[in-house]
Design a protein around this ligand. Structure first.
Ligand code: BES
Ligand code: ZN
Ligand code: ZN
Length: 495
């Protein structure tokens, strides 16, 4: 879908489908819907009067223009209540409208920039959100099915229309930014939706190398066993797929010693290992590399966005499988940090691979660490698929992540890191156990485990177990992989 910005009057704009909007509870057409065309205004008034246009967020109504306007059809999309209107409402409305346009098989779609006029939003932010909602909203995983009920229909172009010349520059910028960010998030979705027999650790590492080459990022790929990463190797040794630890480095501020590490959990399939998971939802565990995908998606943008920061991505990649070579519950292993770990439960493997990745990031000079992981089922119990869990050792950094999440529409909720959780990881025979008591605060004990390897470095852990994947679509989020939290990370790095 090509995106462009045009300065034009709505009535004169030639397109297959034009999107206008409406707040909930409004009785008369205002804003763009009101000025588009007299006849159309009359029609919209009538529909409003008859209660057919509720203005509820994401509700769409198609109007056939029959030659009254240059556009073939008009879609009125609801923006919800005015008091609740924000950038997230813009994304949701844009996604609903573009999906309706796809259903109507419109090749050329034009849209007003929701919120840039009477909505009172900053035009650049509003344009960015319209493009994000549209590009994220039309996402579909291409998949492997040879027989399809209907061939995929692709919208060719999306035109953002604005008649105020003074706003054009910022709208252009917002639209461009929105496009590259949404495409990166869609790319992360693609990686997560791939089955684990395609997206192996080797395949992921190859792809990352290609992305590094294109973006001129320094790329490192290590054999974890040879590199002394005993904790990562303990997870990997049950699988026939070779593991990898990869790093990509972007230098946006070469004069500075500051370095942000983004560490992403890359379990390409989590069977649970010898502590085998039940078979019911095991197929979902191909998404256990969503943290890694989000980190790679974010890195793929940095040479375009050029934030003045140094960033290193560290991604441990492996399967977690049971076999005659697998780590057994009760085994003790030595991590890269030197700390020994008693593996009580082989299904708590994410923290084991992250431990060595975090130590590696510190060895490479990380001064702040953000790790992203589908870490615990307990996080889904606590927050469902509405919000990611956030835990850390530095409240200022935590607050920055929470704010970035809020701004990008990816909800984040802080969970505690009390000493009790650290206590519950004390082992009789090693420096630390990999799990606490069954069924007790697993997101926080997972965090407490990671905290031990982070030491004093300011650190935030984002548990995306509930948000990385949706059972059914919601707004601009599709069923399957969501790409969370690419937009949050970009927001954090870009400002
Ligand atoms: N990958 C899982 C967490 C998960 C569960 C992600 C469901 C997405 C959906 C993780 O490796 C795991 O198995 N965690 C255990 C930890 C427990 C043994 C302390 C869990 O949550 O049960
Ligand atoms: Zn697991
Ligand atoms: Zn896992």
């Amino acid at each position: 879908m090509k995106i462009r910005v045009e300065c034009a009057s709505l009535a004169d704009l030639k397109c297959d489908l034009l999107v206008v909007d409406q707040f909930e509870g409004v009785k008369k057409p205002g804003g763009a819907a009101g000025v588009a065309d007299k006849a159309l205004k009359g029609l919209i008034s009538k529909l409003m009067h008859d209660g057919e246009l509720s203005g509820k967020i994401g509700k769409t109504t198609v109007i056939h223009c029959h030659g009254r306007m240059k556009a073939d059809k008009v879609v009125v999309v609801g923006l919800g209540k005015r008091e609740k209107f924000d950038l997230e409402a813009v994304r949701t409305a844009a996604a609903a409208a573009i999906k309706m346009a796809r259903e109507a098989k419109a090749k050329t779609v034009a849209t007003i920039i929701h919120g840039a006029g009477i909505g009172g939003l900053d035009p650049e932010e509003a344009a960015k959100a319209v493009v994000e909602g549209s590009v994220l909203g039309v996402y579909q995983f291409s998949g492997y099915a040879k027989e399809k009920e209907e061939p995929d229909f692709k919208i060719e172009s999306l035109i953002l229309v604005e008649c105020d010349k003074e706003k054009m520059r910022s709208i252009q910028q917002g639209a461009q930014l929105g496009l590259i960010i949404a495409e990166a998030e869609n790319h992360a979705r693609d990686l997560v939706n791939e089955p684990s027999n395609k997206m192996t650790p080797t395949a992921f590492a190859k792809l990352a190398e290609k992305i590094a080459r294109i973006n001129k990022l320094k790329f490192t790929s290590l054999d974890p066993k040879a590199a002394g990463m005993g904790s990562l190797w303990a997870v990997a040794k049950g699988s026939d797929e070779p593991p990898r630890l990869i790093a990509l480095e972007y230098k946006g501020n070469p004069g500075s010693k500051e370095k942000i590490a983004l560490v992403g959990k890359g379990i390409t399939f989590d069977s649970g290992g010898i502590s085998l998971k039940p078979s019911a939802k095991m197929a979902e565990m191909k998404t256990d590399m969503a943290g890694a995908a989000a980190v790679l998606g974010t890195m793929s943008l940095l040479s375009d966005l050029k934030p003045k920061k140094n960033v290193i991505a560290v991604i441990p990649l492996t399967e977690n499988m049971p076999s005659g070579h697998a780590t057994k519950p009760g085994d003790v292993v030595s991590s890269l940090s030197g700390l020994t770990i008693e593996v009580v439960n082989t299904d708590a493997e994410g923290r084991m691979i992250l431990a060595d990745a975090i130590t590696y990031a510190i060895e490479k000079g990380a001064t702040r660490i953000i790790d992203i992981a589908t870490l615990t089922g307990g996080c889904i119990t606590a927050l469902g698929d509405a919000a990611s869990g956030v835990i850390g050792n530095d409240q200022a950094l935590i607050d920055q992540i929470l704010a970035a999440g809020n701004q990008s529409g990816q909800k984040m909720w802080q969970l505690p890191l009390y000493d009790e959780y650290k206590e519950s990881l004390k082992s009789e025979i090693a420096d630390i156990k990999n799990t606490g008591e069954t069924g007790k605060a697993s997101p926080s004990t997972g965090g407490a485990f990671l905290a031990k390897f982070v030491g004093d470095v300011p650190w935030v852990h984002i548990d995306i177990a509930g948000t990385a994947h949706l059972d059914k679509e919601r707004g601009y989020l599709p069923q399957g992989a969501t790409g969370v939290p690419v937009r949050t990370l970009i927001e954090f790095l870009n400002y």
